[in-house]
Every structure is written in C-alpha cells, then in structure tokens.
Design a protein around this ligand. Sequence first.
Ligand code: PBG
Length: 333
Amino acid sequence: MTDRRFPQVRMRRLRRTDWMRRLVREHELSPNDFLWPVFIQEGQGRQTPIPSMPGVERLSIDRLTEAVAEAAELGIPAVALFPATDPTKKTPDGEEAFNPENLVCQAVRAIKAAKIDIGIVCDVALDPYTTHGQDGLLRDGIVVNDETLIALGKQAVNQAEAGCDIIAPSDMMDGRIGAVRAALDAAGFDQVAILSYAAKYASAYYGPFRDAVGSKANLGQGDKRTYQMDPANGDEAMREVSLDLAEGADMVMVKPGQPYLDIVYRVKTTFGVPTFAYQVSGEYAQIAAAAERGWIDREKMMLESLLAFKRAGADGILTYFAIEAAKRLRAGW
Ligand code: PBG
C-alpha cells in the first residue's frame, strides 16, 4: 500500500453519501446467508412463545410447514429443526432418537410432503431425548464416547430416512463425524451432507435454547464441559475442525457466534471450507431483551450483528432472526 497521509488522504471522502458508502461496501447480507433454527412441538395449531427468547415460538407441525413455506419464499436456503420432546418420551439412553415416528422425523416428512423448496438440517445429539439431558450415553456418571457413536449413527440414519438433507452432529464426541458418515453411507445416504458443529464451546449462551426444548431441568446442575470445548481455547478449535474435515464433514460450524468471531475468522482463513456460525439463543436473547427495554434498536442491532459474521468470513449464519432479517433486507436496508 502506498497510502499518503492527511491532508491528501481523507478517509471521509468515501463515507460522504449513501451511494458512495454502497459503492465501497465490502460485505453484504442476503437471505441466502441464513439458516433458520426452529423449535417444534407436538399437537395441532400450537404456537407457544418462549419467554427467554421474545419473538420466538415453538410450533406444532402444521404451523411449522406454514412458517417454513414463508422462509422458502423469502429466499432462506435451509431450516434447522429442534424438537421439544414430550418428557414422557425421554429415557436414560434416549431411544426416542431412533423412533421413525418421533417429532423431528414427522416434521421433516411434513415439510417434504408440502414440497417446499428448502434444505432441512437435523441435529444429531441425544440431549432432546435423554432424562439426564446429556448429548451422549451416561455410564456411572460419565458421558461415554464410543458407545454413544453407535447411537448417533442410528439417529442420523433415522433422520435421513425421514428425508433430512443435512445432518448436523452437535454432540462433540470424538470420532462422531466418521461414525455418522459411515452409518449414512452404509444405509445408502451418500448424498446426505454433514454440517459439523466442529468448534462447539461449553457455553452459558445456550441457556434460552435449553428452555425452548425443555432440556434445562433434565440437565439440572450437570454441564457439558467434558465434551464441549473450553471457551479459553482457540488453537484447539483448529484441531477439532481439521479432524472433522478429515473424517468427512462437508461444512463446519463455530458455536456460539459473536463471542467467537476470532474462531470463525481463523477457521475460514486456515481451511477455506464452507464455514458457518451459530448466533445462539443467548445472543438472540441479549438483543431481544435490551430492545424490549428500549435500550437498543432491535432491527439495527440484528443487522449489524449478522453483518459481523460475514466480515469475519462466515459463509452462513444460523440465526433466530432469519425471517425478520430476510424481510428487512427485502424491504431494503
Ligand atoms: C444440542 C444443542 C444445543 C444447541 C444446539 N444444539 C444446546 C446444548 O448443546 O446444550 C444450542 C443452540 C442455542 O443456544 O441456540 N446439542
């Protein structure tokens, strides 16, 4: 760079008008950047607000298909489904995960039956189904790794059979991407993609999500620090990503999002693979709550927070704001 100095150089020249700012803008948000996470529940015509996520509702399947049709119409490429499982269906080993008639499988089939042109992402992890709320199988107080892998493979195949397009392992067991890939391929699902929650941290930002799916009480005083990553670590995230890619992940994710933008940047620049960030429930709740109090502008904060992911290098963002942001972008920002 051969930058001269002030007064020859005046950075404000390029900020003078709206058209000039648009002309030199480096990053742009589009509905194509969004994956929309949706909470689902049993029943008919049900739409239940989640108190710790103002503006987000848990939907029964009939409402879900309407909402997903709207998402597709807005140009959002994919939805991620999260079931709030009936507590009576939870067991220590989470067998409901393998039930072809479980809530998430029914939801996938309903979206496919409605012929909505949108990708469907399903989480792989046992926490929606276990009485202890852990993502894996619990043996003598320990979340066991290798036995869990077998369960995750079965869960992934069950979801693929229902029509899921992208399997997203969120459990952080070692070797799960390889195990899930092998299970999918053996069952004939070599076209089902894997979006790995590769760098997933043990985070306080997941609190409202656990309210939404009803796993908070199950987890109780437990935590997930023996498998999710220590928030203090950055280099370790690079190892996690490289292992998941070697095991067959098609896309990788960093989670949470905004507090971990350094990781998003490093993953994208180091590996150059499709990299996603999850603006998680606690990030959403912070913005929604402060906006409710009138302390910040909800829409502006929403768009600025989403744009930050693009600047950091994310190819896409899982965000509870997806519908609202897509509508706002359509109206022009
Ligand atoms: C489940 C899962 C969690 C989230 C996505 N999948 C919670 C957890 O790991 O406890 C969090 C998403 C959010 O907070 O928005 N394995």
